[in-house]
Design a binder for this molecule. Sequence first.
Ligand code: FAD
Ligand code: UDP
Length: 366
Amino acid sequence: MYDYLFVGSGLFGAVFAHEMKAQGKSCLVLERRSHAGGNVYCEEKEGINVHRYGAHIFHTSYKDVWDYVNRFVEFNNYVNSPVANFRGELYNLPFNMNTFTKLWLEVHTPAEVAAKIEAERREAGIGEPRNLEEQAISLIGRTVYEKLIKGYTEKQWGRACTELPAFIIKRLPVRYTFDNNYFNDRYQGIPVGGYNKLIDALLEGIEVRLDTDYLNDRESFDKLAKKIVYTGPIDEYFGYSLGRLEYRGLRFETERLEQENFQGVAVMNFTAREVPYTRIIEHKHFEFGTQPVTYITREYLADWQPGEEAYYPVNNDENQSLYQQYAALAAKEQKVIFGGRLAEYKYYDMDDVIKSVLERVEKEWG
Ligand code: FAD
Ligand code: UDP
């Protein structure tokens, strides 16, 4: 009999299992994919770590989380500075003085930029923003909105910007300095040698059964452990008895190129509506690779069908209220702890996942 059975070997399961093992508990991890690590997993190709489930950049302002991950693996000094490509015109992101001075060659100072944005805002005649389009124009003017936001956002969310909530755009920094760092967080980097190193270190000495779906043989697995930590989709755990939660899907097309450097940056966003993908990732640049070849991945948003990999939870009232009903059922399961982005139906960043595990672990022992 194990003390803990973990369903899923993503960051939530791996950190939790590590902490329980450190407390002397016996742990078994089940993973239905053929590898551990969940969505942070990378495939090594010719010395390049290819982020199989989308680009992952570790960034956090939690010092305890940063110290925690650094115990297992060293992090490099990568700073995410994506470039936006609008019909061949290249602009720095997030929106900052580099972006503005390239868009408007006549402006040179923060005061001139502010005046330009204010003029565009006034011309648009927007009061209290009622949707994403109005929010974006009033924050940053029509030129930036039309070149860098409109097409990208409509591809990302599959809806017109006039039908999307304003808050989506608020998480992007707008800066009146020449600073291309995409994040405002205190700490940032990529594990030296890739994310698998972090996962392997967390799971060291813990039994992991790959290609094993807990839900296929739940009764026998339940008998194996005193407590279960479930990190899969919450609606699937309950057999979709109240209905299905929706997700936004992604499709990745990876290509090997016989050249050293394809685009000169890890992340390039394609902001025009007619380009079918949202971004191209050139993986080697996350680790300053110098290999003679390169791997790139085109990322497409896709309609999601039940049974496919679930990427982004859909943030609307219907899905949130359905999730709340499932969460009420979950609260009644005495032996099971539900956690992570699928079981909590939440768009968690990696540091949030680790923070939430460390808090729960304390509760387990509290
Ligand atoms: P997951 O990684 O999804 O792990 C859950 C695991 O459970 C999976 O391996 C799954 O196979 C397994 N599982 C499910 N059901 C069962 C079952 N029945 N039996 C056995 N196993 C099961 N975060 C950042 O901080 N920075 C980023 O740049 C970033 N970029 C992202 C880009 C994309 C495209 C996506 C989708 C996410 C990104 N994230 C990023 C978020 C990050 O991926 C998550 O925070 C983190 O991976 C969540 O870990 P998790 O353990 O909760 O879930
Ligand atoms: N966004 C945009 N243009 C860009 C990048 C982002 O308009 O080049 C918008 C888009 O609406 C996106 C939001 O900003 O959904 C948040 O971007 P972020 O990169 O944080 O999204 P993520 O993919 O990390 O959720």
